[in-house]
Ligand binder design. Structure first.
Ligand SMILES: [Zn+2]
Length: 313
């Protein structure tokens, strides 16, 4: 038997058949089509699952269950997608509609929660019963695993570390508030800080690496300049690490999980990110004379979405 994992994204939907060892044995993707009625969108996902399974040399009877990760919130109990703005889905009975196409057990959860589960079962935090996964990309996503299970809150709206407020009068956030943590800790934030510093200090290596065009400054530009000890880049990076250290420390102050896992584009910096972070975050932890959770880089990468969805049910 295999389990199906579906990773729903704003531009594409990935479908994978996952075996008992948490390996993806066959994978396909279809472009996201929000211009279609909901039922048709669900039907396309079911069709893609069936063709994926057949390409793997199996049949529908070999499917034990289907799990779906979405960039939004869902009720595990009712199978309803409560809110998924990218897809235009609001209070849609996903499980019920899906089962008219393919009658299998269906589980749905938020994509960051799903990735957290994947890492805690088949990735870097495997074997732990509590972990917090933080994905650092365009925004900040997070997933909490407690006693081996996803904790998304009593009302499915929790585990949103990115919108914990750092500074009430701070940078405006996409959510409508000001000073949310993701405005300081995401890749977007790092790029903004690098661009601001480069315009104030045009002599810095940051601008040189971007061929003199601030619009070409990416997170990697800042990492490269900081690695080369450019003083402006080192200062921006130090400030960024302080923000991230406060985010990690907040997680520890609130939950004290066994391990904290970092994923997303920025986490590709590896030890260059981890070393200063692990040095700095204890400073902001209340009981920092006690053993503290290790921080590690996620290992499943983009496969976490499919693997985590598959093991949801
Ligand atoms: Zn926000």
């Amino acid at each position: 038997m295999i389990r199906i994992g579906v990773d729903v994204g704003g531009t594409g939907i990935k479908v994978g058949a996952v075996d008992a060892e948490y390996r993806i044995i066959r994978e396909n993707s279809i472009p996201t089509r929000t211009d279609m009625p909901f039922e048709e969108q669900v039907g396309r996902i079911a069709d893609c699952i069936v063709s994926t399974v057949r390409e793997a040399g199996l049949t529908e009877d070999d499917i034990a269950s289907v799990g779906v990760g979405i960039p939004g919130i869902a009720s595990a109990k009712t199978g309803e997608i409560i809110k998924c703005t990218n897809m235009g889905w609001h209070h849609v009975p996903f499980r019920d509609v899906f089962r008219t196409f393919l009658d299998k057990p269906v589980a749905i959860d938020n994509d960051a929660n799903v990735a957290a589960l994947a890492e805690s079962v088949a990735g870097i935090s495997a074997g732990t019963s509590s972990s917090v996964f933080i994905t650092i990309g365009t925004g900040i996503g997070s997933g909490i695993i407690l006693n081996g299970k996803i904790w998304s809150g009593a009302h499915h709206i929790g585990a949103e570390l990115g919108h914990v407020i750092f500074d009430l009068d701070g940078v405006p956030c996409t959510c409508g508030n000001h000073g949310c943590l993701e405005r300081y800790c995401s890749a977007t934030a790092l790029i903004r800080m690098a661009r601001e510093a480069a315009s104030e200090h045009p002599e810095s290596m940051i601008l040189e690496l971007a061929k003199g065009d601030p619009a070409r400054i990416e997170a990697k530009t800042l990492f490269d300049a900081a690695r080369a000890q450019d003083p402006v880049a080192v200062s921006v990076y130090g400030r960024y690490i302080s923000f991230l250290a406060q985010a990690v420390a907040s997680v520890v102050n609130l939950l004290d999980p066994e391990i904290i896992v970092l994923g997303g584009g920025v986490s590709k910096a590896g030890d260059f990110l981890l070393e200063p972070l692990v040095r700095e975050y204890p400073k902001y932890v209340l009981f920092n004379d006690q053993p503290l959770p290790p921080v590690r880089i996620a290992v499943l990468g983009s496969e976490a979405g499919i693997i985590g969805a598959a093991i949801l049910s």
